[in-house]
Design a protein around this ligand. Structure first.
Ligand SMILES: [Zn+2]
Ligand SMILES: [Zn+2]
Ligand SMILES: [Zn+2]
Length: 364
């Protein structure tokens, strides 16, 4: 039997369903390489130095959809969906038997399967026929997941909790068989309910293999953000061994994030210094022009500390000015306080826009 499909082993933890899963989706009687090809999506990602792009927003309808049972959103009459659901459940007139992982058989109809997906059509067409029944195998995912998958093909019905439990498996199936409506639902459910720091690495790998770029980006953001926690998970350890290139890529993202953070801190520091200087300049002008508390221009008499001062830098500057007026060294490079005062005076004289009337010492 020719086999095609995903060949990736991950330990996967889902909320509500803790299990170790080895996704090795295998489809019996499948001689085409369609599925294998579809899954051979490059796991390498563009290595650029920009920030990780933000995942695009979901369409409004899709955002609210997964929270509500599908039936209430459908324009198809309830009875029609029930008929299709019944056809799946009862397998009336089935001409295909789908063999699942635990050897259970799901009866189905070649016409329904074939109409839903050309991949499935090829698959069914090439299946072995015995007594008028075609036999196909879908292995590598739990039989429950296969059941949910086939039911969806019939009636688009699904159970929200089942979808959460088997979201990752169903993503593989819907991608492999090109059932795009189900794939979209799976991606939404995984994004909103299944993605955790524990399985972020596995989901990232899966998202890349199943060509789900938005989900990949969401995982990437999560990994970079929660790197410390995620890098100690089992998923990370497994990935390190099996996919060192991905580890390298993720580490680069983290390094870049850190350097951006450092840059931001530096910018904020610079801004802080600039603000302090600005305040000092304002206070200097205020002291030399109006005077403040005990210090002021020579032509003005001050009434002690009665004047309420709104300049935050004033008090410190007052002390500095006082020191400057009495310091014996008072040469640039001499006393550190005087040096600072010189710098402030120099800076003021550079930026002063009315030097002719200015009362700041040495302004002109
Ligand atoms: Zn003041
Ligand atoms: Zn001094
Ligand atoms: Zn001036």
């Amino acid at each position: 039997m020719a086999q095609g499909g995903v060949d990736s082993s991950w330990s996967t933890a889902l909320p509500g369903a803790s299990f170790n899963v080895c996704f090795d989706l295998r489809m019996g009687e499948d001689k085409t390489s369609d599925v294998a090809h579809a899954l051979e999506v490059s796991t390498s990602s563009p290595c650029h130095n920009d920030n990780i792009p933000k995942p695009p927003p979901l369409p409004v309808a899709a955002c609210s959809k997964p929270k509500v049972k599908l039936l209430s959103f459908s324009y198809v009459p309830k009875e029609t969906m029930e008929t299709w659901d019944k056809l799946f459940m009862e397998g009336y007139g089935a001409d295909v038997h789908i063999l699942t992982e635990d050897n259970t058989i799901i009866p189905a109809h070649s016409s329904v399967l074939g109409v839903a997906s050309t991949v499935m059509r090829n698959y069914v067409t090439q299946a072995k026929v015995k007594d008028g029944i075609r036999y196909i195998k879908i292995l590598g995912v739990p039989s429950s997941a296969t059941g949910i998958f086939i039911r969806f093909i019939y009636s688009s019905c699904y159970d929200q909790d089942e979808m959460k439990n088997y979201g990752l498996h169903l993503l593989v199936l819907s991608h492999s068989f090109s059932i795009l409506s189900l794939k979209r639902i799976c991606i939404n459910v995984i994004e909103q309910s299944c993605l955790t720091t524990e399985n972020a690495i596995d989901v990232l790998l899966l998202a890349r293999q199943c060509d789900a770029p938005r989900l990949s980006l969401i995982c990437l953001h999560m990994i970079v953000k929660d790197f410390k926690k995620i890098s100690s998970t089992e998923g990370w350890k497994v990935m390190r061994k099996s996919n060192p290139a991905l580890e390298q890529e993720l580490l680069e993202w983290v390094v870049e994030r850190d350097s951006k953070k450092q840059e931001l801190i530096k910018k904020m520091e610079e801004k802080k210094i600039y603000l302090q200087l600005h305040e000092a300049m304002e206070a200097l002008l205020h002291i030399c022009k109006d005077g403040c508390r005990t210090i002021g221009p020579r032509d003005k008499l001050l009434k002690g500390s009665q004047i309420a001062c709104g300049f935050p830098a004033c008090k410190g500057l007052e002390t500095l000015v006082r020191h400057f007026s009495v310091c014996k060294i008072r040469v640039p490079g001499g006393c550190t306080h005087c040096k600072r005062m010189w710098q402030l005076l120099e800076l003021h004289s550079c930026i002063c826009n009315e030097p002719d009337y200015c009362k700041v010492p040495l302004c002109r």
